[in-house]
Design a binder for this molecule. Sequence first.
Ligand code: ACO
Length: 385
Amino acid sequence: MTQYAHITGWGMAVPERVMTNDEISRLVDTNDEWIQSRTGIKERRVADAKDTTSSLAAEAARQALEVADLAPEDIDLIIVATSTPDFTFPATASLVQDALGAVRAGAFDLSAACTGFIYALGVAADTIKSGSAKAALVIGAETMSRVLDWKDRGTCILFGDGAGAFVVQGSESPGGVLSVLLRSDGSGGDLLSLAGSGRPRAAGLAGFLDPTVQMNGREVFRFATRVMVASTREAVAAAGKTMADISLIIPHQANRRIIEAAARGLDLPEEKFMINLDRYGNTSTASIPIALCEAVADGRLRPNDYVVFVGFGGGLTWGATTVHWDVTPLPAAATRWHQVGRRTRYGLARVRSFGRRVLRKVEGAVFGSPTAKEDEPPKPPGSKK
Ligand code: ACO
């Protein structure tokens, strides 16, 4: 039977701490008027000591499971798109898997800068359509504030922290994710970068120990306006639809002027675009799912609408997807007992995680390290002793 990949749950989490443009103007030579007129951003959320990429991701995921009325054990796959993982490994997705108690799920991180969420949604949708998974959590989560150069006014004004999550589920009923377009042009990698382990050879150890986002803003701006228009058109055509069928476009929230230019390029009114970057700035992989949550809450997306998600970012990467928004949220009364059950499960997940750590230590103390003999690979049959 053909499987379709439907978005059945969504959730978001942002740090409590709000940072205004005026606050940034005390750190670098800028001002509220410049930032608002050139970007549309008024304020952003910034992680405090208790927030991590994985804690924000797990909170967004819990909300998405609530909406989908699923238990963590129902999830087969967790993908976290992020450029700011808690660790290079373990994957942030594994930390989320443990925090939720999603004991049947595979988990991995995906890196495609701000386009990461579209890539993750595409991978999850294809895994579900192939029948390899029935339910997946797709999460975009970032703590960009920890990788910014707070002395660089060209970048530190733009970004914010947060997380957004979708539950994607398989069903025989047609609809859901209709088309996915993913593209990359690595020749533009130097236009927007965050150093990793390749950096020491290029820039000395100091650059590696404290990497920050480096960006050529003007070039990224020109690239973004071009690919937003082209990829939206392609993704809509690939879904067998026309622009007239599309009720709402949810673009990556980087700069209001980029979205306005895309609207002009597509010959669409700005009202067709969801914009909430004034309150969150550019939350990278989290921006599209956070905007989706607010679009649903504001009644801007209704069952049976067609919606396009379109993004761009470092890599360079870009992508777009057309989705038939055919979800009708479950009535609250039907899910109340499930909610109680899920909250209990999250508590048990913490106990379980702690128990497993203790057990591992006890096993290590009792059995010690494996002997050389146990480590030896088995000899092939007929070989000499
Ligand atoms: N405050 C005041 N002045 C500033 C600031 C600031 N924060 N930043 C730059 N300026 C100055 C510049 O120094 C320049 O001065 P000059 O003319 O004397 O040299 C002037 O303002 C104009 O600079 P531009 O770079 O041309 O400004 P622009 O209008 O292009 O805006 C911006 C800069 C906001 C960075 C814009 O280029 C942009 O948004 N680019 C896209 C960036 C983006 O979307 N990145 C995220 C991609 S997603 C991902 O993967 C992470």
